[in-house]
Design a protein around this ligand. Structure first.
Ligand SMILES: Cc1cc2nc3c(=O)[nH]c(=O)nc-3n(C[C@H](O)[C@H](O)[C@H](O)COP(=O)(O)OP(=O)(O)OC[C@H]3O[C@@H](n4cnc5c(N)ncnc54)[C@H](O)[C@@H]3O)c2cc1C
Length: 836
């Protein structure tokens, strides 16, 4: 019995020490104590106590003396680690090292410090930014009919191009000292969100110069002369920029571009200067067909060592005027139904002076790092905003439509099947907007959150697509028949653009989120990798030893925390005292997820090593857990920042339960598919010791969410805040808004009329074809309702009829007037230097 108590006490003590992640000395003292108790109280035979003591002394002494520990343990593990570490190219390393770690580091820590998140100031607009949103941005929207842009002009009208340039839309992220608007990331995101609720074409046209491109690259890496010359011209739209990275043979694997430049002497403006002869073949380049300034990425080579002592210098970025001899700008691609300018460009042996390299000669070969650094921040703004903008449009207009459109004499939004889709739309949008805002706030704090911006890009475009697909199902034929009355079809067709660019979503999910996240956000992995690269053996040994033993403690601690929080339902996890009581349990659950993710990540990396990189399905699911934790954090932060709006609580609760259930499925997906079944069985016992506790959000909660989309309210306004004023103009969105208000006003009047008819106060039998007009006229004549009330019923009927109407066209749909598509003109072969 005593032995049993002793064993249980040892087990509990070990769990507690691991949970608290105590130092090696404390572990040693505790083990010594346990042996002493066993010996002193004769719990074990004396010979066993002596043997245990001997083993303990043999292990404890070297493990607690750093120099001995390094020699006996860490150095051997370091040598083995060097052998198993998959080779990492320079470009891979630069991609992984780009940017900063912020809240993602906390999510990976096993014990996120929620105060840090809650203390992050909620982003706010400056007066000039608010003015720009309310005036210039609204005005730009009012100048565009997306239908006409797409189907009549097949381009933005000239006045719109001019307005974009004159009002500085292309200089939002250029500092005021260079003539730009100098907007915060949040203001930039607000502008992109608003434009995306109105027209995909104008949104992309404004987005690209503010995103990863010449302006951003010059601001961070340009020489003073380049900044002084180009930035004011870009800010005022005197230059139209584009950035060309993608080659037909290198899309996602952009670091493998075969486009090349050879360092050589050449003639420029009558002078002999050092420069590069560049050959490129690029496609899909946004604004390419109208660009005046071509940002170009290519691999620089220096066979004659004219610029230094390296032959293969690496990826380099340069700015080339499109009027420069040899620059070929192709015709236009047709990106789905959007008509933003996009096309190919190529050139062969085009000489450019060294001054045209962004940052000049010292930045030769630094292009990939530049691109990755800028992407780390930029990816968190444009596409998350466009995905969220399209979702706002879909939620606002579809909710209204589902209320005014009736079938079987019931608004379609009240059918449970439709309600289910509306629920997903509302819950997703609440979470998307929260993540968009939090990511912009992080960038405004000076972060370049490489992993979080990847998460925001991936999940906000993906959820944006889901919201629009749901909306299409809700509106039925109305979403399918294209024409100026269709508010959804264009967004539905254009969403795949956002899915594909700036890191296609499958790649981002499978390779980037966890691949980069595990290395960057993990407190020890990058330190271990860096130690393998250290050339000084003593420094390498010391650094690796520290990281290795820190890592072991971290893993044990997370294992214990995962098990304990699983067994106790994480009820004892401490969270900041002043969070909204209704969200308290979510913080506790997310802390449990954090420990479990860190534990699973360590076990996966430890047991699969380099093979994990090829196990994309496992890596994607681990990335999903990290992503869902980020989306949940943003949702909780939004709820606090907006003053815990009780009316919005169903949206918050639904989004949290949906995400927690999905995170549980991702855990389950990793464990069920883990190659080593024994490890999988142990993981399951530790992660889900009492089974799987999370459920899909209830139908009752879903019903409350859907209701919020169907009628005007402060919640509906908050959910769709920042969209183009929904009542502006006479487009389909404004028509729905008007019909919705009119319908809600008319319904009680109609009910009174029908009740009066039932009571026999007037004869409701109207002549054939008389319809509602005759019925209302009788009710008015009988004094059941006033003339104004009668008119309100007719107005609602007419406005609704306008909403449900779709467009029709001439017999040939106007196709005979359109140009037949042509295959792109052949570009010159771009041959890799090595193959030439
Ligand atoms: C409308 C539009 C505008 C664009 N604008 C520009 C621009 O201005 N400048 C510019 O340089 N480029 C631009 N691009 C190019 C864009 O960045 C590429 O399309 C993108 O990098 C993907 O390349 P790809 O289309 O060749 O697809 P591929 O690379 O062929 O990928 C196809 C699929 O395979 C997946 N995949 C690839 N590798 C992996 C992997 N290792 N693991 C898992 N999945 C993987 C991808 O996720 C994708 O789903 C634009 C593209 C579009 C469509």
């Amino acid at each position: 019995m005593l032995t049993l108590i002793w064993l249980v006490a040892i087990l509990l003590a070990a769990l507690a020490l691991a949970y608290l992640n105590v130092s090696g000395i404390v572990w040693s003292a505790a083990i010594a104590g346990a042996i002493a108790v066993a010996w002193g109280m004769h719990i074990v035979p004396e010979w066993l106590a002596i043997a245990l003591s001997a083993v303990f002394v043999l292990l404890a002494i070297p493990l607690n003396i750093p120099s001995l520990r390094r020699k006996l343990v860490s150095d051997a593990v370091l040598a083995a680690f060097r052998n198993v570490l998959p080779p990492m190219s320079q470009t891979e390393r630069e991609a992984i090292e780009a940017g900063t770690v912020w809240w993602d580091g906390e999510l990976f820590s096993g014990r996120p410090q929620w105060r840090k998140l809650l203390d992050t100031p909620a982003p706010a607009l400056r007066p000039d930014e608010q003015h720009f949103l309310d005036h210039e941005t609204e005005e730009l929207c009012s100048m565009i009919s997306d239908w006409e842009t797409t189907n009549v002009h097949q381009d933005l009208p000239p006045a719109v191009w001019q307005y974009i340039k004159d009002k500085g839309f292309w200089g939002m992220n250029i500092a005021k000292e260079f003539g730009g608007l100098g907007f915060s990331a949040y203001a930039h995101s607000q502008v992109m969100t608003k434009l995306s609720t109105h027209s995909g074409t104008v949104s992309v046209t404004v987005m690209v110069p503010n995103s990863l491109g010449p302006g951003e690259l010059l601001a961070h890496y340009g020489t003073d002369a380049q900044k002084r010359h180009f930035l004011p011209r870009l800010a005022k739209g005197l230059e139209i920029p584009c950035f060309a990275l993608t080659n037909p043979v290198a899309g996602s694997d952009a670091a493998a571009i075969p486009d090349y430049g050879v360092v050589c002497w050449g003639e420029h403006e009558g002078k002999r200067v050092l420069g590069l002869k560049v050959t490129w073949d690029k496609r899909y380049i946004t604004l390419g067909p109208v660009a005046t300034l071509l940002g170009l990425a290519f691999r620089a080579y220096d066979p004659d060592k004219l610029a230094g002592d390296k032959e293969d210098i690496g990826i380099t970025c340069a700015l080339v005027p499109t009027t420069h001899p040899g620059v070929e700008i192709g015709r236009r691609h047709m990106p789905l139904s959007a008509v933003f300018q996009n096309g190919p460009t190529w050139g062969r042996d085009v000489f450019i002076p060294m001054d045209w390299v962004i940052g000049g000669q010292p930045m030769l070969g630094r292009g990939w790092r530049m691109l990755m650094e800028c992407l780390a921040a930029g990816r968190g703004i444009s596409l998350p905003s466009s995905g969220t903008g399209m979702a706002k449009l879909a939620v606002r207009a579809t909710g209204g439509y589902a209320r005014v459109r009736t079938q079987f004499k019931v608004p379609i939004g009240r059918f449970e099947g439709v309600e289910e889709a509306l629920t997903r739309m509302g819950g997703n949008l609440y979470m998307m907007d929260a993540a968009r805002t939090l990511t912009a706030a992080a960038i405004d704090l000076g972060e370049k959150p490489a992993v979080l911006s990847g998460i925001a890009k991936l999940h906000l475009t993906e959820r944006g697509r889901q919201v629009v697909i749901d909306a299409m199902d809700v509106v039925g034929g109305k979403g399918i028949m294209m024409g100026p009355s269709n508010f959804l079809g264009a967004a539905y067709m254009q969403l795949p653009v956002a899915i594909t660019v700036e890191g296609a979503n499958i790649l981002t999910r499978s390779l980037i989120v966890f691949g980069q996240g595990a290395i960057r956000c993990h407190p020890f992995v990058l330190k271990e990798i860096e130690a393998t690269r250290e050339s000084d053996p003593a420094k390498a040994s010391a650094a690796y030893d520290k990281a290795l033993f820190g890592h072991i403690g971290f893993t044990l601690s997370n294992m214990a925390r995962t098990l304990v929080t699983g067994l106790t339902g994480s009820h004892f996890v401490t969270v900041p005292a002043n969070v909204a009581p209704e969200t308290r349990r979510y913080y506790q659950q997310l802390t449990r997820f954090s420990a479990a993710l860190a534990f699973l990540a360590d076990v996966s990396m430890g047991s699969l090593g380099g093979a994990l990189k090829r196990k994309e399905k496992l890596s994607a699911r681990l990335g999903d857990i990290l992503s869902l934790m980020y989306l949940c954090s943003a949702t909780l932060k939004r709820y606090e920042d907006e003053g815990r709006q009780q009316a919005d609580a169903p949206l918050m609760h639904w989004a949290m339960w949906d995400a927690m259930f999905k995170a549980q499925s991702a855990f389950e997906g990793v464990i069920s598919n883990f190659p080593n079944r024994l490890i999988a069985a142990v993981m399951r016992r530790i992660v889900f010791p009492l089974g799987r506790p999370y459920f899909v959000p209830s139908d009752k909660l879903g019903h409350e969410v859907a209701k919020l989309l169907l009628e005007p309210s402060a919640t509906r306004d908050r959910l769709t805040a920042g969209m183009r004023s929904p009542t502006a103009g006479d487009g389909p969105v404004a028509q729905i808004e008007r019909a919705l208000v009119a319908t809600l006003a008319a319904e009680p009047i109609e009910a009174a009329i029908r009740a009066a008819a039932k009571e026999g106060r007037f004869d409701p039998k109207v002549p054939a074809g008389g319809g509602l007009d005759a019925l209302v006229a009788r009710a008015v004549a009988a004094g059941v309702v006033t003339a104004d009330e009668g008119a309100a019923v007719i107005t609602a009927r007419d406005l609704t009829a306008k909403v449900i109407r779709v467009d029709d066209f001439p017999q040939d749909l106007g196709l005979s007037e359109r140009q037949a598509p042509q295959v792109q003109a052949p570009a010159p072969d771009v041959v890799h230097k090595a193959a030439a």
